[in-house]
Design a protein around this ligand. Structure first.
Ligand code: ADP
Length: 184
């Protein structure tokens, strides 16, 4: 059973690292950002509701996010474990997750640590629709206000490791795998 939460700023490399971890541990990557972008691309009612919020760099409502995560975690492939990426992002989402799972059932939260200046540069370089300078600044502001407190939330439960997110993808991957295996 490997139930992991991957934390880190926008542009810290969560998506890249999760793709590598999926292969290493054989568990699904559950990215709320990817699920929302898929809904936008398909033009579903959820996508139509989320698009403007995402383009502005704001957070989609906790209620909506908790609904899509609950549905996704109920799929059979999540029984053996999962990698949550981009969720929880607020205290309300963390509480909602605890309610969905039995208390304490996240094994570990891994925080990929990268300075603001570096993530800003990386995001400007990848050029996603919501990677405008204004939206990036807004996302980092929301990260500091809403998501950074989750480090204390998981840390207080003794379920947090922080790894240095600078260096090659392989180096960061090795640090994360070591941290996860040490914790098990
Ligand atoms: P980034 O980490 O660069 O913000 P994501 O792909 O994780 O990229 O998310 C893209 C956008 O989707 C966010 O800016 C936000 O609008 C929305 N989003 C994703 N996950 C959540 C979440 N857990 N809660 C609220 N909004 C979310």
């Amino acid at each position: 059973m490997t139930r992991l939460v991957i934390l880190g700023k926008q542009g810290a490399g969560k998506g890249t690292q999760c793709a590598l971890l999926v292969e290493h541990y054989g568990i699904p990557h559950i990215s709320t950002g990817d699920m929302l972008r898929a809904a936008v691309a398909e033009g579903t009612p959820l996508g139509l509701q989320a698009k403007a919020v995402m383009d502005a760099g704001d957070l989609v409502s906790d209620e909506l996010i908790l609904g899509i995560v609950e549905e996704r975690l109920a799929q059979p492939d999540a029984e053996a474990g999962f990698l949550l990426d981009g969720f929880p992002r607020t205290a309300a989402q963390a509480d909602g997750l605890t309610e969905l799972l039995a208390p304490g059932s996240i094994d570990l939260a891994v925080n990929i640590d990268v300075p603001d200046a570096v993530v800003t540069e990386r995001m400007l370089g990848r050029g996603r629709a919501d990677d405008t300078p204004e939206a990036i600044a807004r996302r980092l502001e929301l990260y500091a206000a809403e998501t950074a407190p989750l480090l204390e939330y998981f840390g207080g439960q003794g379920r947090l490791v922080t790894v240095d997110g600078l260096g090659s993808e392989d180096d960061v991957q090795a640090r994360i795998v070591d941290a996860i295996d040490d914790a098990r």
